[in-house]
Ligand binder design. Sequence first.
Ligand code: IVH
Length: 800
Amino acid sequence: MNPDIDPSDPAARAAALRARIEDANHRYHQLDAPDITDAQYDALVRELEALEAAHPHLAVADSPTRKVGAAPAGRFAPVVHAVPMLSLGNAFSDPEAPPGEDPDKDVRDFVRRIRDRLDLDEPVFCAEPKLDGLAISLRYEDGVFVQGATRGDGATGEDVTANLRTIAVIPHTLHGGGWPKVLEVRGEVYMARADFERWNEHARLHGGKVLANPRNGAAGSLRQIDPALTAQRPLSFFAYGVGLVEGGALPPSHSATLAQLRLWGFPVSDLATVVHGVDGLLAYYRRIGQARDGLPFDIDGVVYKLDDHAGQREMGFVSRAPRWAIAHKFPAQEQTTVVESIEVNVGRTGAVTPWALMQPVQVGGVTVTRATLHNADHVARLDVRDGDTVIVRRAGDVIPEVVQVVLDQRRPGAQPWSMPRACPVCGAELVREEGAAVWRCSGELSCPAQRVQSVFHFASRRAMDIDGLGERYIESLSASGYLRDVSDLYRLTLDDLLEMKRRADEAGGAAPDVLVKGGAKAGKVATKWAENLVTAIDRSRDTTLARFLFALGIEHVGESTAKALAHWFGDLELIRRLPWPLFKRVPDIGGEVARAIGHFLDQPGNQQVIDRLLEHGVRIGDAHAPDPALADGLDLATLLADLEIPKVTAIRAAQLGSAFADAQALLDAPAHNLVTAGLPAETANALVAWLEDAANADLLLRSAQAQSQLRARLPARVERPAGPLEGRTVVLTGTLSSMGRDEARERLEALGAKAAGSVSKKTGFVVAGAEAGSKLAKAEELGIEIWDEARLLAFLEQHR
Ligand code: IVH
């Protein structure tokens, strides 16, 4: 792994290992640009530790095995930690341990050391997820946040107070009471996966800074000189311990301390729990390991801490880590491997995605051979080339991706990659809209790849749910001309399918296995397959609006967006005629998604496909009236804000909304009237310029018209009998595990509550699920009643 380090001379090797580790520390902590993976780093440290143990004279005092991290870089004022911020020893489990060898030896040794020293039968531990972010220390004096610092080298960190103040979940003042006069809370700043993905997706499309992984994202964000930049980054925080405590006392155990921190207003992971003995630890490790991919944040292991503080004190520390705690690591989520080739794939919307095909490598416990390179700009930014050694990351359900090239391992003569000019599937030209990051195949539905992918998606289980229509069948049907678009599915007859089989047989080999099998049974197998498929297609005709919308394969419209559209508008005929700004009336649909829906519906070809689907008997069984709550956003001010007109902010839009009777009046108004309406000249000019474009004026009028048509279709808000929550406003935030937020909202509304999107003094109570962020913090700040999921469920159960 490190060819530059001479294995035969222990002193030289230790020196080289030290230099390599120091360099890696510097890159990781100061530059936020590591060039080796965590697993490689751990291996270097373990090797140096082993060398130092075998040759004690090599263990110099300033060896990185005795230090934590790296000294601060000097960008921020230094903060000397009153209680040092330590590191943790690591334990690993070896899934490939030979029979007879204990795969969990590290953990068993850890527990044995504690049992022996404290003379305990079965020590009690607090087990927690090991978050993959950046350690920080928060100092509170008399309950007020006064200073926050990074870990630095463990003794001295950097003062990042201003940046930490921008993180909504970090309390500015403590809640409740009984806190020590001086309290240092220790924890991890991290970036949730969804926030990281969203950030990167935006950055990739708009040329912003793409973050290599959530941890680098968190670290880089906290070390911005301008706190306004930190404020833009979606950061979160979990508390996992304390440092200095003066003028007061904490509970006698770690778990009780975490509970107390929660009461004072700190987010503490719900996954922290008390377990007993080795078996408890290993069961926890397995449980969290299984849950790992589905967690909303990256973890690189779990941490076991002896729960009892007195026991902790007795165990004490070795040079840089406590003896009472250990990190039990999971398989790494990043690994290095070699790119064998870069290829492109054509998706159902024609978007061309470059992929790296790589030498197989285990990442996060799964063998990975392909990783996405997202788009051509991303390849250029990373400068990935054939034969390069790269760092691959796989986290959660996200597709593995190449995050970095290890440049010093590049082969001489490797050439930069460029996007092919023609579609690898249909040969049509690849084109790129101006300013867009994505290249597309211009072949549209004449491109078999797009056709096959769009039919495959249409038929998938969560869309129209047509069982038995695999990708290879679709390919054959498309190749023999039976499928030009998804609506052709509903014209397929038994004879068509058998004819397709006959042709495929003749062509030989290109058809699905089941169809080309020779022998007496083949005919029967094919007939049965064809009959089943015809039945499945027929059955799929009766569907729901959400499934139908999802099945269309509109860019950015996943299942949850499709459900939201169906819920809010209720009717396909209404939806298919809406101009894009109206889609922004659905909570959680922003400009990008709204435009994508509008773009799809603007294509006559797509409207024709919808017509044909309906003609061929597709029936949407759950059409209903639009949600009456839409009424609140069907006015000129909202429309002007939704149209994303340059310089027309929500405040300006509101001014215009009250100054003009309707869109036509605004269009007819001479420019100076806009200034009279209170608009600054600059905004008025921008609006006039925007309206001068006929397409914009048309969009404004069509949208205003759609607003009034929609308003006319809204049912009256139903007067419910007074429920137990009558008159109370609820805000839902975070993720609930037992139901979606929409469902929770509906059930609370059914009991009389009024749902709102943001927390204010008027909020009655807040339902906070996992990963609740700024809304929860605001509620806590305002002292508003907070319900966790358990309380919500209990209440709903009681009022069924
Ligand atoms: S306790 C004295 N608990 O892991 C014990 N650390 O390798 C100090 N970390 O610097 C740390 N989650 O950045 C602790 N639940 C957790 C943790 C955790 C993540 C990080 C932290 C620390 C590093 C040690």
